[in-house]
Design a protein around this ligand. Structure first.
Ligand code: NAD
Ligand code: COI
Length: 332
């Protein structure tokens, strides 16, 4: 049996080799190229593919894989919002993801950035680099003085809540599917409007779905407290960026943590040094003192990457062998 992996980065290679060494009976091959209609044929002869990319898995891409007789596809990541599910269903694809590779990686990043924005570290670092070692006016806010509103109490949201409580903050949460343990402890507010009304920091930990598209928009921002801090380490599509920029300009939003951006595909995880930067709005956000942009790196830790690779290969061999997959994705 053969598994072929697409878009393997240098930092993933050791884990691919580790898995291959532990499975000498399986033929493992890989490329650093993304899966596209043009590259799908690289997987010729494979029984399954292991993939990760932010580029869409378009109908053409899925068709090109199916033309090679390959319909068993294992994602190395959580999000499945970039797969054309109708086409995948039509072609009989079986798909797995890695829903829990390290919630701590993302939650920890969100927590670090929350603390950094509240303490104005970006401003202070830039002042210090210029030789300005004065304190004022760069005064910080303590995390323990915040009401942290967590939207989505799944794997990542729950870890973020624990970290924020560790700082001594009051934590409230909203999720239409309430976790019984969190409910018993009284974390939940009744609806998002309640959360917007109370929270001084709002952190999003929900998937990008049709229903959640631009859940943070001019209307929802208007319901928030003046000087609120917004943290998005989830998906760019959750946030109407123009509405946030207006609120940053007016001071309604004090600070914005942005690990994911609605136009990030093709821009994040690329080197723009010495080239024309392709997105003026993003460029503006990057250079604001009260905005912390990271290029979708919340997940990017050694712990997470190893789990993503090993688990995706484990999943794919289950599919290839016709066994029940541990973490199947609903196709269609
Ligand atoms: P999860 O499925 O464990 O939890 C998501 C929770 O969101 C669920 O409990 C669900 O009921 C809730 N939810 C859905 N819509 C909601 C809404 N409108 N309001 C409130 N709650 C809602 O997922 P997770 O593992 O915690 O991951 C959350 C998201 O983080 C993923 O969907 C992905 O988009 C994002 N993510 C980002 C990175 C990164 O590197 N930045 C990495 C992994 C995942
Ligand atoms: C996910 O796992 O869904 C992510 O957002 C991380 C991805 C960029 C590897």
């Amino acid at each position: 049996q053969k598994i072929f992996a697409f878009s393997i980065r240098k930092d993933e290679e050791p884990y691919v080799k580790e898995w291959a060494n532990e499975h000498p009976d399986i033929d493992v091959d890989y490329t650093d190229k993304l899966l596209t209609p043009e590259t799908a044929a690289l997987a010729k002869g494979a029984d399954g593919v292991v993939v990760y990319q932010q580029l869409d898995y378009t109908p053409d891409t899925l068709q090109a894989l199916a033309n090679e007789g390959i319909t068993k596809m294992s994602l190395r990541n959580v999000g499945v919002d970039n797969i054309d599910m109708d086409k995948a269903k039509e072609l009989g694809f079986e798909i797995t993801n890695v829903p829990v590779y390290s919630p701590n990686a993302i939650a920890e990043h969100a927590a670090i950035q929350t603390a950094r924005i509240l303490r104005q570290t970006k401003v202070m670092d830039e002042k210090i680099a210029k030789g300005d070692l004065r304190w004022a006016p760069t005064i910080g806010h303590e995390v323990r003085d915040q009401v942290i509103g967590v939207v989505g109490t799944g794997h990542i949201g729950r870890v973020y809540m624990q970290i924020m409580e560790g700082y001594g903050a009051k934590v409230i949460a909203y999720d239409p599917f309430e976790n019984p343990e969190l409910k018993a402890k009284g974390y939940y507010v009744d609806n998002l409007d309640d959360l917007y009304r109370q929270a001084t920091v709002i952190s999003l930990h929900v998937p990008a779905t049709k229903e959640n598209y631009h859940m943070i928009n001019a209307d929802s921002i208007a319901k928030m407290r003046d000087g609120v801090t917004l943290v998005n380490c989830s998906r760019g599509a959750l946030v109407d960026t123009d509405a946030v920029i207006k609120a940053l300009d007016s001071g309604k939003i004090f600070g914005f943590v942005m690990d994911t951006y609605e136009n990030e595909v093709g821009i994040f995880n690329a080197n723009w040094e010495g080239k024309d930067f392709p997105d003026a709005r993003l460029n503006d956000l990057i250079h604001r003192p009260n905005v912390l942009v990271t290029p979708h790196t919340a997940f990017y830790t050694t712990h997470a990457v190893r789990n993503m690779v090993i688990k995706a290969f484990d999943n794919n061999i289950e599919l290839v062998k016709g066994e029940k997959a541990d973490t199947p994705v609903k196709v269609g």
